[in-house]
Design a protein. Structure first.
Length: 326
């Protein structure tokens, strides 16, 4: 009898020291929805950077945070179902890594906070302004108007005689029109005429390079897009096969065998996106978190690729590169 009384007293003391909420349920583990148009394996550095950003803030996947990974694997028509699935799972925040993905997430929910790394949020109507987004979307922009001109300038410096440049683009990517427009705006002052070459499916790449050769393109500028990112290694191989110097917009292309790249440090943006997620999980509203514009850019040169096409790159250009692949 005495033993039963002691147990009853201990249980009573324990329950009275807990708040009603603590007594009824364990602490909720935050859940992040990750939505991407391309496969995380296509750009592993960006996926790793996102995880690193979370770790730096004390979030360890599988311990104090859950990440629901969803990728369309380059098939944009899959995005709506994946976005709806994340909403049904009642995730606390959705992180999106492309313009196509953020537009789909916006259509799927007006209440779940969305953190985006994407092209031109204002121009695409995703937010009302960079300073005050005004809805359930915030994050980081990965484009500025100056980027297109800078790429062409560097290309012209490496190949001074170039006058005709092929622009490989995937029109189904929402930011494609912005990228084409800015490239077209920058070309006349450099004495460059552009040849726009569309690709809509994987089988189009061989035909695209045949069209470039037929029009005597002297160089190539592929514009970032879902299909192009998913086939970055193939594009680099075709450029080498056709002895076509190419300027890409991401380091993933040069690391996959491309000649040169100049652009935003996307992995850094993915890492920084974790700070937005942290603030939202702590109660901040996306409408009150300003969208950041890119601040870090990098120029990378692949000398192995240059050797394959018989191109010599001057020491002055190499000295300005942030990284040289030898």
């Amino acid at each position: 009898m005495e033993r039963k009384i002691v147990i009853w007293l201990l249980a009573t003391v324990l329950l009275t020291t807990l708040s009603p909420a603590e007594a009824q349920q364990p602490k909720k583990i935050p859940r992040i929805g990750y939505l991407s148009a391309t496969s995380p394996s296509a750009e592993p550095a960006r996926t790793d950077a996102f995880r690193q950003g979370l770790r730096e803030l004390g979030y360890i996947e599988g311990q104090n945070i859950v990440i629901e990974w969803r990728s369309a694997e380059g098939k944009l028509d899959r995005l709506p179902d994946l976005a709806d699935e994340l909403v049904r799972l009642k995730v606390d925040v959705i992180f999106v890594r492309s313009t196509a993905a953020v537009q789909t997430a916006k259509n799927a929910t007006t209440t779940v906070p969305i953190v985006s790394v994407s092209g031109d949020p204002v121009g695409l109507g995703l937010v009302t302004s960079l300073a005050r987004p005004g809805g359930n979307i915030t994050g980081l922009a990965n484009l500025t108007p100056e980027l297109a001109g800078k790429r062409l300038e560097l290309l012209k410096e490496v190949i001074p005689q170039v006058s005709r440049v092929a622009v490989l683009w995937y029109p189904d990517t929402p930011s494609a029109a912005f990228r084409v427009r800015e490239t077209e705006a920058a070309s006349p002052s450099l004495g460059i005429k552009l040849q726009l070459v569309e690709v809509r499916e994987a089988n189009d790449f061989e035909l695209a390079f045949s069209a470039m050769k037929k029009e005597r393109a002297g160089a190539l500028v592929p514009l970032r897009g879902t299909l192009i990112v998913n086939h970055l290694k193939r594009i680099a191989e075709l450029a080498a096969k056709n002895r076509l110097p190419a300027m890409y917009d991401d380091r993933e292309f040069t690391e996959a065998g491309g000649l040169m790249s100049y652009g935003t440090m996307l992995a850094d943006l993915d890492r920084r996106a974790a700070t937005y997620i942290d603030k939202i999980l702590k109660g901040a509203k996306p409408a009150d978190l300003p969208v950041e514009q890119p601040k870090k850019f990098e120029f990378i040169v692949n000398l192995k690729a240059a050797k394959l096409i018989g191109l010599t790159i001057s020491p002055n250009v190499l000295a300005r590169a942030d990284k040289v692949i030898r």
